[in-house]
Design a protein around this ligand. Structure first.
Ligand code: FEO
Length: 388
């Protein structure tokens, strides 16, 4: 696939993976993107390859590079990010092309030594913010992007073709041979993997504003070349922890169905009260990363949990830990608990939210004693009217 006359896609699709980064289900697989950038046709023209791919796809990737270059050898491997889904084939590349050099940040070379036992002291080019690599008329300019998603990350701008290579940013779950909506899997990817680093993402988006960009080439997911304002706009909202969609996310756990009944009653009452969107998730059965994504997407979150071992239910605890770990903030939160003899879920959920920034806890709390009764049903209706 040609991105332009000078840039060719040489990445791979992975449909064998069970869990991405050891935790995320990826029903439509994963793509590890890589690109060949040719400097031109003159005698001084150089070729750079942007990042390698997951370890299991080294042969396929090297084959793609050879096919794209038709006998010519690459001069550089640009390593934008050292996470092994992109760096695992550096060694194979350097063995296959003994005259090539590696281009990366100083931090990336430290990591290279630790991961692969080699920092290519005699075959490396260390770059930082503003450094340039001349491919013979075509200049690659590097942009430091620390913590998007690791500290060593650089992005790369090719002003000739107006292409920004964005490392993990603007990536998504899903292989490229599966046709699916971008935002859903890009949002789940963003909040799961980069969400904690909103400040750093905002910093890099600000730098990107000064660049001429017609195409975004991420390390996962499709190349983006149309309606870039849509993708940049979503990233701005996500990075700023803003509300993307007006509505309510209800996250619940239930042991014998009574808390589930309360959550579902709230969903119906919210819809009846005109709430624009209600997303409901069973934290024990649905994908946790999808629940986290929804918590960030909507302006209001309702947590409903039974009491368990004088605490909230374990899946709720995991969910709230995920939110805290990903810097969840600036949201309205309402709480529902259930307990038969000594309800404690409310107290423990509240304590978790009190440690998060900008959380507005709704005063109206619902405490169910075993199962819904007339009083708690009325409270849920009242809560729906308040939230909608
Ligand atoms: Fe796709 Fe942070 O690695």
């Amino acid at each position: 696939m040609n991105i332009s006359d000078s840039i060719t896609y040489v990445g791979v699709n992975d449909h064998d993976i069970d869990l991405f980064e050891g935790q995320y289900i990826v029903p439509n697989g994963m793509a590890y993107n890589s690109y060949v950038v040719r400097g031109g046709t003159g005698a001084d023209a150089k070729v750079a390859v942007m990042d390698s791919v997951d370890e299991r796809f080294g042969s396929e990737w090297l084959g793609n590079i050879a096919g794209a270059l038709d006998g010519k050898e690459p001069d550089y491997l640009v390593v934008q990010h050292m996470e092994p889904d992109h760096s695992a084939n550096i060694t194979r590349f350097m063995e296959a092309y003994p005259s090539a050099q590696v281009v990366a940040s100083a931090k990336a070379f430290d990591m290279m030594e630790r991961f692969y036992g080699e920092n290519y002291e005699d075959r490396r080019v260390i770059v930082k913010e503003g450094s340039e690599l001349d491919l013979g008329g075509r200049i690659l300019r590097f942009i430091a992007a620390p913590m998007v998603h690791w500290p060593e990350v650089i992005m790369t701008h090719d002003a000739t073709d107006k292409v920004l290579f964005t490392a993990d940013a603007f990536g998504k779950f899903g292989a490229l041979d599966v046709d699916e909506d971008w935002a859903c899997e890009a949002r789940r990817y963003y909040f799961g993997i980069v969400g904690k680093f909103g400040k750093q993402v905002q910093g890099v988006l600000k730098k990107a504003e000064a660049l001429d960009i017609a195409t975004i080439c991420p390390l996962h997911g499709p190349v983006l070349s149309e309606d870039l304002g849509y993708y940049l706009g979503l990233y701005k909202t996500w990075a700023a922890y803003g509300v993307e969609t007006e509505g309510v996310c209800i996250a619940y756990c239930s042991i014998y169905g009574h808390t589930k009944e309360a959550a579902e009653l709230l969903a119906r009452e919210l819809e009846a009260a005109g709430c624009p969107k209600v997303a409901i998730t069973d934290l024990a059965r649905d994908d946790m990363a999808e629940a986290v994504e929804d918590a960030f997407r909507y302006g209001t979150l309702v947590c409903a949990s039974p009491t368990y071992n004088a605490d909230m239910f374990p899946f709720m605890k995991t969910f709230l830990d995920h939110l805290a770990d990903h810097a969840y903030q600036n949201r309205r939160v309402a709480l529902i608990e259930n307990g038969t003899w000594a309800p404690a879920a409310l107290r423990s959920m509240k304590a978790k939210f009190e440690g998060m920034k900008g959380i507005e806890l709704v005063d109206l709390e619902v405490s169910i004693k075993s199962s819904l009764d007339a009083e708690t049903r009325a409270q849920i209706k009242q809560l729906a009217e308040l939230l909608a």
